[in-house]
Design a protein around this ligand. Structure first.
Ligand SMILES: [Zn+2]
Length: 541
């Protein structure tokens, strides 16, 4: 006898429909699973048959064939245990097959028949709320109910308008199906939806470092990548950790994306996702390229995706191997990563603000007015050259920090609280939204094409003169020229100014990341040309 149960699986962070067909026939006893099952799916037959027996169901010696459709997508994970068990019970007449028409089931089974949590449930819930019955399935008038393990209820409840049922055991699922009444979860989560979580840190806690704080504000407003160079103890990590607190509050849609990614990664706290704050990820410099951008045979999101809508902080940037840093280029450019697999490619969103940090030299004291650096100039040059190349091109701003003077450590007030800065950032973001309305994939100045900004937004004549003369003096490449213009545009937005003025360019030039390519950190040399001055675009008249 044949039975079918609707289920779902997740590829990247998007769910797709899977139809679990179970055929039970006379023949040599045994279970066969087809439809490109991966290891954990193949093992499902052992879990399911033990769970069936231990839940008191009959498991007659029959030939059991399970087909997971569509057959051309590799199936991963343990979420098919429950639909396989339900399909078996329907095919052997232990459940009313009609009761299965209006359900979608996901869940891992313990050998004792308990339902255990699975990854990516929010993605499944979002798909079900947004679409009708799956392909290959009869259209049913009744709305679907998602049957899922109790620990996954909290995240699935974030999607309103979706009926849920979360029994604790397989026997309980069957009892409810046979009674014709699927009960909603006992601990129902309130309908307030997902909200922002209050921050636990504040910019006002940082003493001194006014220039770095200002750079952080500009980076937040325009989504610019920022590199902080300073000795150990200057507060680089402390500052970076507070960047999420001055970014605009997450919208509900953004919050759902953040939770969906963390669900797929298996990183959600059980029953605790009613509120969410912007992610802050600070992986160690020993992380691998796969850890950074994601990977694995069943691809999981990497740090760039876990930082989606938040901040990726890379400390000791110069210690990260070149090939790992190179992997950052695609997400920084496209706002997403694509992970190629044998048959298909998985895409994860990865829109984050990058904050890098490094010491100015191996000992950390180069450029300190009090001296103390004994590094050879060749060592310093090598230290800095680790960063040259593709990644350096993606960093819009650079700021140097020195150790906080001891007399400042006693100060109580660190300055403006995060909330005040965030208000300016939100206004600047609103200006950018209006500017880029209709421009595909651009929401912030950092994502805009330099030439577009150059020709489509007003720049005062004396601001252009300053930019051109600075470019000629220090041999800015065309890319470098446009980077300064982008940052100046963000400063003008923070200033609520329609045109980029002289003062905006002057401030932006303070943050230009020139020294990345200089062999000498003292800053006294003019630096080797990063391109002939003729590369500098001529200012439009
Ligand atoms: Zn040194």
């Amino acid at each position: 006898m044949l039975a079918a149960v609707r289920s779902a699986a997740v590829l990247g962070i998007d769910a797709y429909d899977v139809l679990v067909e179970v055929d039970v026939a006379l023949g040599l006893p045994g279970w066969t699973i087809v439809g490109l099952p991966a290891g954990a799916v193949k093992e499902s037959r052992e879990r399911v048959s033990a769970a069936l027996v231990n839940s008191g169901f009959m498991v007659p010696p029959r030939r059991v064939t399970i087909n997971l459709a569509p057959g051309d997508v590799r199936k991963e994970g343990t979420a098919f245990d429950l639909p396989v068990a339900l399909g078996f019970l329907a095919a052997t007449g232990q459940i009313d097959a009609d009761a299965l028409a209006s359900i979608v089931a996901v869940g891992e089974l313990g050998l004792d028949g308990m339902l255990r949590p699975v990854r990516g449930t929010l993605s499944v819930a979002r798909r079900l709320a947004g679409s009708g019955p799956g392909r290959g399935q009869k259209t049913t008038a009744a709305p679907v109910t998602l049957i899922l393990p109790p620990p996954n209820v909290a995240e699935a409840s974030l999607v309103s308008r979706l009926a849920l049922c979360a029994p604790t055991t397989l026997a309980d699922v069957v009892a409810q199906l046979n009674s014709g009444r699927l009960l909603p979860p006992v601990a129902s989560v309130d309908d307030a939806g997902i909200g922002p979580l209050a921050d636990t840190v504040d910019l006002a806690e940082v003493i001194g470092q006014d220039v770095a704080k200002r750079a952080l504000e500009i980076a937040a407003a325009g989504a610019h990548a920022l590199l902080m160079i300073g000795p150990p103890g200057a507060g680089k990590t402390m500052l970076a950790r507070r960047l999420p607190t001055i970014l605009p509050a997450l919208t509900e849609e953004e919050a759902l994306e953040v939770v969906a990614i963390h669900s797929v990664a298996g990183l959600l706290p059980p029953n605790g996702v009613a509120a969410v704050r912007r992610p802050f990820r600070a992986p160690h410099h020993t992380l691998s390229a796969a850890g950074l951008i994601g990977g694995g045979s069943n691809p999981r999101p990497g740090e760039v995706s876990l930082a989606h809508h938040g901040v990726l902080f890379l400390d000791e940037l110069q210690e990260i191997p070149r090939h790992v840093l190179d992997a950052l280029r695609q997400p920084l450019e496209d706002g997403r990563v694509m992970i190629a697999r044998a048959a298909t490619a998985v895409t994860f969103p990865a829109q984050f603000t990058l904050i890098g940090a490094m010491n100015p030299c191996p000992c950390g004291r180069a450029g300190d007015p009090r001296g103390g650096c004994a590094c050879a100039s060749s060592e310093i040059a090598h230290h800095q050259s680790r960063l040259s190349g593709p990644l350096a091109d993606r960093i819009d701003m650079q700021v140097r920090l020195s150790a906080v003077p001891l007399r400042d450590l006693g100060r109580k007030d660190g300055g403006e609280p995060s909330a005040a800065v965030r208000m300016r950032v939100e206004r600047a973001r609103a200006r950018q939204r209006a500017r880029y309305r209709g421009v595909s994939r651009v929401r912030c100045n950092a994502h805009a094409a330099g030439r577009w900004l150059d020709t489509r937004t007003p720049v005062d004549a004396d601001a252009r003169d300053l930019l051109a003369s600075a470019a000629e003096r220090s041999g800015l490449s065309a890319r470098g020229y446009h980077r300064v213009l982008k940052v100046a545009r963000t400063i003008a937005d923070l200033d609520d100014s329609a045109a980029v003025a002289w003062t905006h360019v002057a401030e932006a030039l303070r943050y230009r990341p020139l020294e990345l390519r200089e062999p000498d950190v003292s800053g006294t040399t003019s630096g080797p040309a990063t391109g002939p001055a003729t590369n500098v675009p001529r200012a439009a008249v």
